[in-house]
Design a protein around this ligand. Structure first.
Ligand SMILES: [Zn+2]
Length: 227
C-alpha cells in the first residue's frame, strides 16, 4: 500500500505534539500517523524537543530570549555528550507473511472499543452516506462516515476547520484525490464538493464550527441538513 500524499502539515503536527488539538482533531492526526512514518517521526522529534525544554526549565526560570538561547545551548551540550544514535536500519521489505493492515488502525481501533463496524448502527445522513457519531458537541463533531461509490457530498464550506482522514476507498474534490491515510483539511476559504471513488469511501471526519452548504439548492436546505 502506498504512503499518504496529503499530510496534516507542520502547524497541526506541532499542535498535536504539544497537546493543543481538541480530542477529535487529535484523533484524525493520530490516525494519519498510523499510515505515515514521516509524520510519525516528526511528532516523535517534536515531543522529544518539548520534553527536553520542559526538563530544562527550572521553576524560577523564565523564557526570556536570553534564557531560551541558553536553554537550547544546554540541550545542544547535553546532546553532544550522548552516545551517537545507531544508524537507521533499512525498512524491512514486506513479505507475503506480513499481516495485512487492519481496516481501522490504532489508536482509532481502541477508541472505537473494538468490535465489528457492521454491527453498529449507522445513521442516515443523505442517500448513499451513513455515519457513526463518535463525539457530538455543540461546536465539534467527530464521525466515521461511509459513502457508497460515486456519491457526492453537497457543495459546502466550513465554519472553522474540517479534518478528514481516509480509512478505506477514497474520494476526490477540488483539492485533489484522497486515498487511505490521506488527510483533507477544510477551512472557511475552501468551498468543495467531495465525491467518493467508485469503490466507496470510509473515513474519519472531525468538523469544528459546522458546515455551510453553498450550492443553489444547498443554500435553501442549509437549515434542514445535518452536516
Ligand atoms: Zn504524513
Amino acid at each position: 500500500m502506498s504512503l499518504p500524499s496529503h499530510h496534516p502539515g507542520d502547524t497541526l503536527l506541532i499542535d498535536y505534539a504539544g497537546g493543543g488539538l481538541c480530542e477529535g482533531a487529535a484523533l484524525v492526526v493520530a490516525t494519519h500517523t498510523a499510515y505515515c512514518p514521516g509524520c510519525r517521526r516528526m511528532v516523535g522529534e517534536m515531543e522529544a524537543v518539548g520534553g527536553a525544554l520542559l526538563d530544562g526549565i527550572e521553576p524560577d526560570e523564565t523564557l526570556s530570549p536570553d534564557g531560551l538561547e541558553a536553554l537550547f545551548a544546554r540541550i545542544d551540550r547535553e546532546e553532544a555528550g550522548r552516545p551517537p544514535r545507531p544508524p537507521c536500519q533499512p525498512a524491512a521489505r514486506p513479505t507475503a507473511a506480513d499481516a495485512p493492515r487492519p481496516l481501522i488502525p490504532e489508536p482509532l481501533r481502541s477508541y472505537l472499543g473494538g468490535g465489528d463496524l457492521e454491527s453498529r448502527r449507522w445513521r442516515f445522513l443523505q442517500p448513499g452516506i451513513r455515519c457513526i457519531d463518535l463525539k457530538a458537541g455543540p461546536n465539534v463533531t467527530t464521525r466515521l462516515v461511509r459513502m457508497k461509490g460515486g456519491v457526492a457530498v453537497p457543495q459546502h464550506t466550513h465554519g472553522d476547520m474540517e479534518l478528514t482522514v481516509v480509512l478505506d476507498g477514497g474520494f476526490s474534490d477540488e483539492l485533489g484525490s484522497f486515498q487511505p491515510g490521506d488527510v483533507a483539511i477544510g477551512d472557511p476559504s475552501i468551498d468543495h464538493r467531495p465525491v467518493s471513488d467508485p469503490e466507496g469511501c470510509l473515513c474519519l471526519a472531525t468538523t469544528i464550527g459546522g458546515l455551510r452548504l453553498t450550492g443553489p439548492i444547498g443554500r435553501l436546505f442549509n437549515r434542514f441538513m445535518d452536516f
